[in-house]
Design a binder for this molecule. Structure first.
Ligand SMILES: N[C@@H](CCC[C@H](N)C(=O)O)C(=O)O
Length: 287
């Protein structure tokens, strides 16, 4: 499936006992046919009252706490299977509530943002995480500097720019910043530009996945950081190369992300080895 072009393998392991091994994830990611940004592995619920436990893997085999675009894909897959529209998932970041609307778009309650340096986490104390001392490029003329940092369940840094976000070599700066010692658990790195009091454009270098066409949690992080720094209001349309998401930072502090999900193809996977066989059925669209 994909969520705004973020390539997602939704792996149904509810009837299985195993897990997707990191080696299997890397093998799948290495093949053109099964290349992906994240795996959303659906397991039987671990906690009463939830519909599933969802384990999230990046294409480098690392685990992530949150994945907004992938969560919308899981909702659409389970809604197509069950006819239900509301779901509660458990992830490493906690409980996630989501709902499919009549027009096919899906809203995910991404939880509440955290701004404390230990919560993100950062390697050293920063009292104000709206803009931290971090820069890349020549010391006296940095290309990117002073990012807003926060946790949306997973760590994010958002660099604010005034120019077109496509003009920055994120493929070059992304890996350096993702692995900067200030981020002991690495970080998702975004470049964002405010285009109006209610809109942003952005690009993201994802932790464990590299450049992607969209990142839901990064869109939430950028929208919250924009509102927190008084660059925008609390309802923002965030446009990424793969499409636009609506983000609302509600007054109760919860962040609601709304956008599409799209089914592409299916197949059978061995989660131990990554062996994969695509179904004969041709591409179809749900929702
Ligand atoms: N694409 C995702 C984010 C996936 C996880 C991220 N790369 C991480 O390691 O934190 C999204 O849509 O949120």
């Amino acid at each position: 499936m994909n969520g705004c072009g973020n390539e997602i393998l939704v792996v149904d392991l509810r009837a299985a006992t195993g897990r997707v091994r990191p080696e299997a994830a890397r093998a799948l990611a290495a093949r053109t046919e099964t290349r992906f940004d994240q795996i959303m592995a659906i397991h039987r619920p671990a906690t009463p009252g939830t519909d599933a436990y969802v384990r999230i893997l990046n294409c480098d085999g690392s685990e992530a706490e949150a994945c907004g675009n992938g969560t919308r894909c899981v909702v659409q897959a389970l809604s197509a299977e069950t006819g239900r529209s509301r779901f509660t998932f458990e992830t490493r970041a906690g409980l996630i509530l989501a709902e499919e609307h009549a027009d096919g778009t899906i809203s995910v309650d991404m939880g509440t943002p955290r701004f404390g340096w230990q919560d993100i986490p950062l390697a050293e104390e920063f009292r104000d995480t709206r803009a931290i001392e971090l820069q890349i490029g020549p010391i006296d003329a940095p290309v990117l500097h002073s990012p807003s940092v926060m946790s949306m369940g997973n760590p994010h840094a958002v660099f604010w720019v005034k120019e077109d976000v496509d003009g920055f070599a994120l493929d070059r700066f992304g890996p350096i910043l993702e692995n900067h010692p200030i981020f002991p658990e690495r970080a998702n790195i975004s470049i964002a530009r405010v285009t109006s009091p209610s809109s942003l454009t952005m690009r993201t270098w994802e932790r464990g996945a590299g450049l992607t066409r969209a990142c839901g949690s990064a869109a939430c992080a950028a929208a919250v950081s924009a509102a927190r720094t008084r660059r925008t209001g609390r309802a923002v349309a965030v446009t990424q190369p793969g499409g636009t998401l609506s983000i609302l930072w509600r007054d109760d502090d919860h962040v609601i992300m709304t956008g599409p999900a799209e089914w592409e193809w299916s197949g059978r996977l061995d989660p131990e080895t990554g062996d994969f066989q695509r179904d004969a059925a041709e591409e179809r669209e749900i929702g």
